[in-house]
Design a protein. Structure first.
Length: 401
């Protein structure tokens, strides 16, 4: 790689095989070579960086040098796979996007602290940014907007600084290394919907089967609807509730669905036949959340009476009541092994219970209005949906796993 001086201090250069090496010139910005400067960069790029002016030489495009003026010391760099765009992160938390054939920045974004790593996706549609707070995802707007190539779409917090980033070939998985030696994987989720399912009113509950082929939804229009999740075609519209339907859950084999609404009833539905099987139970208060046990024989209903009730899925007989939740329960879920259950309330109270004896195992309080809860497949993390538009991931303490 040709290294060119342009009046600033030379930080360091990276050899073509990706190994960090000092340039040997005087005035090295950081002789200790911080790890984010030594990280491989997307597109197999070998950068030379300066404090205010910079020149980037790109292997494979001989003679091309990108000149740019940066507002701060550059700390990370990535070139898009089509070699048309350059992203540079700096010590003040800014990321600047450049056209490799131009001298003026196309866009600039700001986060907290030095940018530690950058990576473009192979489809040239996304940019991953790592800083002191975690991972930030930028992507092309959909639908496209004139003059906007990328926009921030997702943020993931991480307690340990990330040190390297790379996209998988599918442009969906983002692999990262952190300062504690861990390898982490995030998934990019599209910010725009790929399919829309229309009710006659607000939708309060949805359930998707394990194969991703059947979707069931509950709405203020007093119906439960069954959809083909792949085509968007409605398979059935189910009526019976006398008021808004707040929650719906599927059995593990997706043969049965159970719903709850403002009429305080639980109703059992035949998903394949598209019909109501029975009025399963009438509750003291409205149930805002439902979950079917992994074995498919019981349903958990929780809501306005601040209690969670375990009922037989086929007979509706009550088997156990979990009491003591301090607020309206908006979310309920079983852990994958079926031995414990979760409740999450309006005031942000999260509780983990033993299913068999009803004992409270662990609790936490978030400063959020809680709307929903789910467990990771291995039961080590809890995912919380909040009314402020955020999703929180809470680790389950190892002592109670």
């Amino acid at each position: 790689m040709t290294i060119e001086h342009c009046g600033g201090l030379l930080a360091e250069a990276m050899s073509d095989n990706g190994a960090c090496r000092p340039n040997g010139s005087s005035g090295l910005i950081n002789p200790a070579k911080p790890p984010w400067l030594c990280s491989p960069v997307a597109g197999n790029v070998s950068p030379s960086v300066r404090t205010s002016d910079c020149v980037f030489g790109i292997p494979g495009i001989w003679g091309l040098h990108v000149r740019c003026r940066l507002p701060s010391v550059p700390t990370a760099v990535a070139v898009r796979f089509d070699n048309q765009r350059l992203a540079v992160g700096d010590a003040d938390g800014r990321v600047t996007l450049w056209n490799v054939n131009g001298s003026e920045p196309l866009a600039r974004w700001s986060w907290t602290g030095p940018i530690r790593a950058l990576a473009f996706s192979p489809d040239n549609q996304k940019l991953a940014v790592a800083d002191q707070q975690g991972l930030h995802m930028l992507a092309a707007p959909n639908p496209p907007r004139a003059g906007v190539e990328l926009e921030p779409q997702q943020d993931y917090s991480h307690s340990v600084p990330l040190t390297a980033l790379v996209f998988a070939p599918d442009s969906v998985e983002v692999h990262a290394g952190d300062a504690s030696g861990k390898h982490l994987v995030w998934l990019y989720a599209a910010a725009q919907p790929i399919r829309q399912f229309n009710h006659g009113g607000p939708v309060y509950g949805v359930a998707l089967d394990a194969t991703g082929s059947t979707l069931v939804s509950a709405s203020a229009d007093q119906t439960v609807r069954i959809w083909d999740a792949q085509s968007g075609q409605q398979r059935a519209q189910l009526s019976g509730h006398q008021g808004a339907v707040y929650a719906v859950a599927l059995s593990p084999d997706a043969a049965l669905a159970v719903s709850s609404g403002t009429d305080r009833t639980l109703r059992l539905w035949d998903v394949v036949g598209g019909r109501q099987l029975k009025l399963l139970a009438t509750l003291p208060e409205t149930a805002y959340a439902l979950a079917v046990h992994p074995e498919g024989n019981r349903v958990l209903a929780a809501g306005a009476d601040r209690k969670a009730r375990l009922l037989d899925l086929l007979t509706g007989s009550e088997q156990r009541v979990y009491e003591g939740h301090p607020d309206f329960i908006h979310g309920a879920a079983f852990q994958p092994n079926g031995a414990r259950l979760l409740t999450y309330g309006y005031a942000g109270h999260l509780r983990l219970w033993n299913m068999a004896d009803g004992q409270l195992v662990w609790e936490a309080k978030l400063d959020r209005v809680g709307n929903g809860v789910a467990s990771s497949p291995d039961g080590t993390r809890i995912v919380l949906a909040n009314a402020d538009g955020t999703v929180a991931i809470v680790p389950v303490p190892e002592t109670v796993r």
